[in-house]
Design a protein around this ligand. Structure first.
Ligand code: DGJ
Length: 684
């Protein structure tokens, strides 16, 4: 049984882990344990906590499951509200629990003000994960203003931990970092409303973990808009983590009888290092995705043509793409309105007659005749000031309406909190899909929100409205895949993954930079959603020229796309592209569904090594960006193979047969030569 309750003690067991808390004698909901599996709930003591001194009061030193603002709490708290009479302190009493299968609800009440706080725990036993979230209910008469609300607090009985997350900006998402936690607090957040390239909504805390060993505590917030995470090492040798909605410029109103639910925080503990954490989160990610289909090889002309899309050029590209083996042809920005630059057309979703005189049909039919699926780009949350949409509805944007609204990338953000705006967006997409044979949508968003027009709830509501629209579209068109793009990888999170099917990982398509971006991405998010393109060189961002094979191998780490101007391909590039695309099709089940490993490099040369295991097949990816003096090879010890199985594989045209046992323990020696060398080896 996943949840064991005895007196006022609660023990949540997954297959390998346990999490325990209690209602203690003083009425606090107190955390007792989080870590390796233990079975004996009765062994947990609930000894009374007494104040150490008046400066170390009980509320401050108790490891509460959900500390609230008020009483002698000076640490970070999870909930802060304003009651009708101006009171801001909450005083809760434990009011019971409800258990339904693997779902446990704990009820806390502030009777005087009619505030109910419901803490939710959903146990996913086989993945050793727990989803935690909170629902608050106003059972009083007067409205309650909510100033800050987090999904959960986690208590880790250790100090001097290492905190891992990613930082970045446009073209530089997913730069992993490790920061020592010491006395004080670390904040990481998103304040931009729509998405972020900066920090990602997760925490990883460990002492000395590596890929295969060491204790790791982690949590991923399912929240695409503004979030905040706090890691705090307290005065008492403990580490606290809170994650939830960002309280920056935030306030929501809860009228009598209204409820509010926080985003879910998915938490886990691994005693086998970071690799084990990633495997479980990848399975979780794959399970929350609605469409499990094998992702197709895509062509997108954005880098090749930018806004200069027209039916003839696109048809020529489509023909070449089909010849190479592409299965999905996507028209990017520029097909609609008077869209010739970033300053025009957004909001006017009629087909541009100069570029497509007979509408989209000739292109779509052409693409379908070539045996490919068809996809199209939209940026529905935005409008350009010179678009007809804005001229007709100047009140449809977030703005004070007394000042000139501020543009970014020449555009304004539509106010999705207005029902007529969400209806407009929904109907536009619905019409596009019902009138055309479209299989794939690339949904882009290219600027943050800057003005709220006075409403502090929009930071939360905007993204929820996006999901609502996508949900309606998905219900009507379940087979249509939708890619989440936000000037690259700015919308990469687990909540987005519940609605969208692909992440555009980054506008940075430099194959070497992508190894860093993709590696950091892989700590949390599933490979199946990691879209990666091969693009032209010199790369538009890095100005670097990298051999085509290395570019393919780098993009083949995720779901393969091609973004080159393939009309300019010579015979050599065509032949190699055909070969690489065919190879990708052969291995993609393993790539997209496999158990992903970041392997150790023990060479003085900076190899990047990755392994994918799926059923009884395995892939090894090896990259050597630059050969250094000595040009040493690398010994690779593979992971989690079947020790008994004899694997057959080819390296440099020589066939090898080795047991899983040998490959994992003795390992294999490989030496790549030159700069930008790479190989992909399949073990069958
Ligand atoms: C930003 C995206 O990340 C690009 O791939 C491309 O779709 C452009 N927007 C189009 O404006």
């Amino acid at each position: 049984m996943a949840i064991i309750i005895e007196e006022n003690k609660f023990l949540i067991n997954t297959e390998k882990n346990s999490y325990a808390f209690c209602v203690d004698g003083a009425g606090y909901l107190r955390n007792l344990y989080w870590g390796k599996k233990v079975n004996c709930i009765h062994e947990f003591e609930m000894e009374e906590i007494s104040e150490v001194s008046t400066n170390d009061p009980v509320a401050e030193i108790t490891n509460e499951e959900y500390p609230v603002h008020g009483s002698f709490r000076y640490k970070e708290t999870c909930l802060k509200v304003q009651f009708g009479d101006g009171t801001r302190e909450i005083r809760y009493q434990y009011a019971g629990y409800e258990m339904n299968g693997n779902h446990l609800k704990i009820s806390l009440k502030d009777e005087i003000y009619g505030l109910e706080i419901e803490l939710n725990y959903m146990v996913i036993e086989e993945l050793d994960l727990i989803e935690r979230w909170t629902v608050i209910k106003n059972r009083g008469i007067q409205p309650i203003k909510v100033d800050s609300i987090y999904s959960a607090q986690l208590h880790i009985p250790e100090n001097n931990l290492k905190f891992r997350n990613s930082f970045g900006h446009w073209g530089a998402e997913q730069q992993g970092f490790v920061q020592q936690v010491s006395h004080g607090k670390i904040y990481f957040e998103n304040r931009r409303g729509v998405s972020t390239h900066n920090h990602n909504p997760y925490f990883i805390l460990d002492k000395n973990a590596d890929e295969t060993s060491g204790e790791v505590y982690f949590g991923v917030l399912k929240q695409g808009g503004n979030f905040k995470g706090i890691v705090e090492q307290t005065q008492y040798g403990h580490t606290l983590v809170q994650m939830g909605l960002n309280d920056y410029d935030f306030q929501i109103n809860l009228n009598s009888d209204e409820e509010f639910q926080t985003p879910k925080l998915v938490i886990g503990y691994s005693e086998k290092g970071l690799g084990n954490m990633s495997h479980r989160l990848h399975i979780y990610g794959n399970e929350i995705m609605r469409n499990a289909s094998t992702r197709k090889v895509l062509y997108n002309s954005w880098e090749a043509t930018e806004f200069k899309v027209d039916v003839n050029e696109q048809l020529k590209l489509a023909e070449k793409a089909a010849e190479l083996g592409v299965e999905l042809f996507v028209v990017d920005d520029g097909w609609f309105g008077r869209r010739d630059s970033i300053n025009d057309g957004l909001g006017d979703w009629w087909v541009n007659k100069d570029k497509f005189p007979h509408g989209l049909k000739p292109l779509i039919e052409g693409v379908k005749k070539l045996g490919m699926d068809f996809g199209i780009w939209i940026e529905p949350e935005m409008v350009n000031p010179n678009a007809d949409l804005y001229k007709n509805h100047p009140d449809w944007i977030y703005s004070s309406h007394k000042r000139t609204p501020e543009t970014s990338r020449g555009q304004l953000v539509l106010n999705l909190c207005k029902p007529e705006v969400t209806e407009f967006i929904h109907d536009m997409i619905d019409n596009l899909l019902s009138e055309n044979d479209i299989d794939y949508i690339k949904w882009d968003v290219n600027r943050p929100i800057a003005e709220t027009g006075g409403d502090q709830s929009i930071w939360y509501t905007h993204i929820m409205k996006v999901y609502e629209i996508v949900n309606r579209i998905k219900e009507k068109y379940p087979a249509v895949l939708i890619e989440a793009c936000a000037s690259g990888g700015g919308r990469t999170d687990f909540q987005t993954l519940e609605y969208f099917d692909d992440f555009w990982t980054s506008d940075n398509t430099d194959a070497l930079d992508r190894l860093t971006i993709q590696k950091t991405y892989s700590y949390i998010y599933p490979i199946k959603a990691m879209r990666a393109w091969v693009t032209d060189c010199p790369n538009f961002l890095s100005k670097r020229t990298i051999p085509l094979k290395f570019r393919y191998h780098s993009a083949m780490m995720g779901t393969l796309g091609i973004g080159c101007n393939i009309l300019k391909f010579g015979e050599e590039e065509k032949t190699l592209s055909k070969e690489m695309i065919a190879q990708y099709k052969d291995i993609r089940e393993i790539v997209q569904n496999g158990e992903f490993h970041r392997l150790e490099n023990n060479s003085t040369n900076s190899y990047e090594i990755f392994q994918y295991n799926y059923r009884d097949e395995t892939l090894l990816y090896l990259f050597l960006p630059m050969t250094k003096i000595g040009h040493k090879g690398v010994k690779i010890k593979m992971r989690n193979l079947n020790p008994e199985k004899i694997y057959t594989y080819l390296i440099a045209d020589r066939e090898f047969k080795k047991s899983g046992n040998y490959l994992m323990n003795v390992g294999i020696d490989i030496k790549l030569e030159g700069d930008y060398s790479s190989i992909v080896v399949k073990f069958i």
